[in-house]
Design a binder for this molecule. Sequence first.
Ligand code: GLC
Length: 541
Amino acid sequence: METEKLRWYQDAIFLELNVRAYKDSNGDGWGDLEGVRSKVGYIKSLGVDAVWLQPIMPSPLNDDGYDVSDFRNIFHAYGTIDDFKNLVEAFHEHNIKVIVEIIPNHTSEEHPWFQASRDPNHPEYEKYKDYYVWADNDKGYPDARIIFLDTEPSNWSYDEKRGQYFWHRFFASQPDLNYDNPAVQQEMLDIVRFWIDLGADGLRIDAPPYLFEREGTNCENLPETHAFLKRMRAFVDGYNPDVLLLSEANQWPEDVIEYFGDGDEMMMNFHFPLMPRLFMALAAQDAEPIKKILERTPDLPEGCTWGTFLRCHDELTLEMVTPEEREWMWQVYAPDPNQRRNLGIRRRLAPLMDGDIRKILLMHSLLLTMGGAPFLYYGDEIGMGDDIRLFDRNGLRTPMQWDDSKNAGFSDAPKEKLYAPVIDFGEYSYTKVNVAAQEADPSSLLNQLRHLIAVRKANPAFARGSFSWREFVSGKQTVVAYDRILDSERILVLNNLTDRQVTGALPEDNGKYIDLVTGKQIATGELTLQPYEFLWLISAG
Ligand code: GLC
């Protein structure tokens, strides 16, 4: 592994953020690109290397921007193309890469392509009539599951104007594009080029498994879909080989692995199967779910990396677990049925951890040391809460809590003009949970996380060392223990999943240890971990 030439993303730490939620620069109640620009210094201070901006293109926001009505522009409240260029420049000055969303599977129903495609009297009907998947009835592709189970009765919806049904894997307001049409494929490659030309260093390819449909299949992960993604990769490699293609294929490991191809498809995929198992292991106080899924996780082709994460803008998806595991996870982490969404849990990290800073840090210890490229979700670094009164997954997309002034320092607008209410109730209220307060407190979650990120970055074995399991307590898996080794750097990581003290033995073969987080020396032999304590121990010879 040491000899492999590393690509920039393989060592990187990412921050996902929603422009709308970050910082309002012009007092209209909506976050904007200028607002994000004013926070580049803060983002840099976290130690992240790249920022993933959730959709910034024009959209009616029925699916929070994942329903695009113009792939070549900026949503009006966020600013202009020039603002985007300025933001990219500001990030680049700080050595931070910028990832933009491309949503290839579908558009908004408001997209001009769909408006033309649905209307036989439209002047451009002929050009666009095959841009979407139309049928005379709703009987096709019966084996395709419904993803947005809570809202959609079918993957087909009837369109009055055209007098036919159209296919959609998500909301009915998001018709799927027809990838059997070569013009659609070409459009998407042109859109990829457009954003690379504007300075994007990477593209997150939203929901790629569903591009093609074939009768007699579940219409996911089809060979035709992979062929198109390989075409996209070949295009990007030829155009600008430094650009990252990051895909969001929420599938089992053996299906996700296909999205890397032979190193000729996507460079990075989110590790969807691992994510819920980190939560499962913590709740069960047992490393087994993590071990099992990593055993099932194949090695990656050269130049490829997993994107790892704890939470993101979506529900904590439980699609890649068994029905029994899902039921149990719901009981543990979403006791109120209102906290559940589709096949997942619509809650943020801190509330899932009962606001317990020890558990939040422990989860980050796993995230930062197990390998892959870690993704943080904006606001989780200060332990923001959620508001399940809001529709769909909007409860975990509330305004960033900067300080305890009006509107959490997010916006000067009158409260009722904010795109969503700030969290102003309970233990996660912005008066208690905010950046300013945590900046001032050396032991805050924010400052502890910054330190952990800095330690991870200073020790490359965490990102790309070899991985091997260790045993800490004989015959028990209450502690997730593993070695990360790169050249002469040898680090033992211990994560106590339990709410109890756990005593075990430090392996003698690693020699003396130094705790990387505190700098203290630790003797070999017996050691007691406090509840939820983790240690990153480097062998000091
Ligand atoms: C992806 C996005 C999600 C969106 C869906 C449909 O899964 O992460 O937020 O709803 O695609 O576009």
